[in-house]
Write a protein that binds this ligand. Structure first.
Ligand code: FAD
Length: 321
């Protein structure tokens, strides 16, 4: 069934985040031959419309306002409801990010629709659009279809491949005027914590450390390997609780959910709460002194050994490639 599907792009520091392009690919499948309309909010975002179209959107609607420069639940809800009113879509796709996780359920509830969250795959099977999502902290997957109402879904970053960028694609970028008012919260300034290197949630390679890293300095060999591989450093809650690193690096049930191409777990035992955040990684390498460690059950490659001996050897080998 051909549908009109909206896809909300995410803008960070003047650029579209990669998850926006993945969401367009998901919207394209959901549209089943119908129209995919990119939606962008911010103080000055229309210039990003062309890129959205090159990744597969048929056209783009923007709402520009100083009050939309930073995400607020109220402001983005007002803008999105106005776009929904104008476009009358049959589906809306969001990234399963801090923003999407906040906005999608709010709008779905407001419109009395269901929501399929944290989608890792979608395909048309036997005439139905079937969404796959992990359940029980990633121990199983369930498949869902929408039988009624507006289709709402959030897609987990790094799972659905974006379409190939096609610079010859053209489409209309139009702006909708919406009066953003009565915000309960106005963000004056965002002061980002200085993070080195690659964004953890979008990294293709993650080198993660656990309590086995033993100290803040113990993270140095992990950083060196991550640098050589162009990746990011992550951590278990054990390492964060022990104050070896910042909580912004925590991966797991109560931390970030990541799906890199390569996840190297160093001195991490593999508690279920940690696996919930990384077990969908494409290739998992575990380095642990304990051959019985649970992490080896999900690892594609296991190295039983001391991470402080193994990591410098790996870094040296990769440097020489
Ligand atoms: P440990 O379990 O102590 O494991 C350390 C590992 O390092 C051991 O396997 C050991 O053999 C190995 N090791 C030691 N020295 C070396 C060495 N030199 N070389 C190689 N290996 C070595 N945890 C998360 O990670 N993320 C979450 O989001 C999360 N959420 C939680 C939510 C709740 C409600 C609860 C109750 C717990 C949560 N936890 C979470 C905590 C989780 O249960 C574990 O306690 C935690 O993941 C353990 O961290 P760890 O593997 O680093 O430490």
């Amino acid at each position: 069934m051909a549908r009109k599907v909206l896809v909300l792009g995410e803008v960070r520091e003047g650029s579209l985040r990669n998850v926006s392009f993945e969401a367009v690919a998901a919207a394209k499948t959901s549209a089943e031959g119908g129209e995919v309309v990119g939606v962008l909010f911010g103080d000055s975002v229309s210039a990003l419309g062309a890129e959205f179209i090159q990744y597969g959107a048929d056209r783009v609607v923007t709402v520009e306002d100083e009050l939309l420069k930073q995400y607020t639940s109220d402001g983005y809800s007002q803008a999105l409801l106005a776009v929904i009113d104008q476009e009358d879509p049959e589906g809306i796709i969001f990234g399963h990010t801090a923003q999407g996780k906040d906005l999608a359920p709010k709008i779905a509830a407001k419109l009395e629709s269901g929501l399929i969250s944290d989608v890792t795959d979608l395909e048309v099977e036997g005439g139905n659009l079937v969404f796959t999502r992990p359940i029980y902290s990633g121990k199983a997957f369930e498949k869902k279809i929408v039988t009624d109402g507006l289709l709402f879904a959030t897609i987990r970053p790094n799972n659905i491949a974006p379409l190939e960028k096609d610079e010859s694609r053209n489409g209309d970028v139009s702006s909708l005027s919406v009066e953003i008012k009565n915000l309960r919260q106005v963000i004056k300034e965002v002061v980002r914590k200085a993070t080195e290197g690659v964004d953890l949630s979008e990294a293709k390679v993650i080198v993660a450390g656990g309590r086995g890293v033993k100290s803040e300095e113990g993270f140095e060999p992990l950083k060196e390997l991550a640098d050589v591989l162009g990746g990011a450093v992550g951590a278990s809650r054990g390492a964060c609780d022990a104050d070896y690193c910042d909580y912004s690096l925590q991966i797991g049930q109560t931390g970030k959910v990541v799906t890199p191409d390569l996840y190297i777990a160093c001195g991490i035992s593999g508690a279920i709460q940690h696996l919930a955040g990384m077990s969908n990684s494409k290739i998992i390498v575990a380095i642990n002194k304990d051959p019985e460690a649970n992490i080896f059950k999900v690892a594609d490659y296991g190295i039983v050994g001391d991470l402080f001996e193994v990591l410098p050897l790996l870094t040296k080998e990769f440097k020489e490639l």
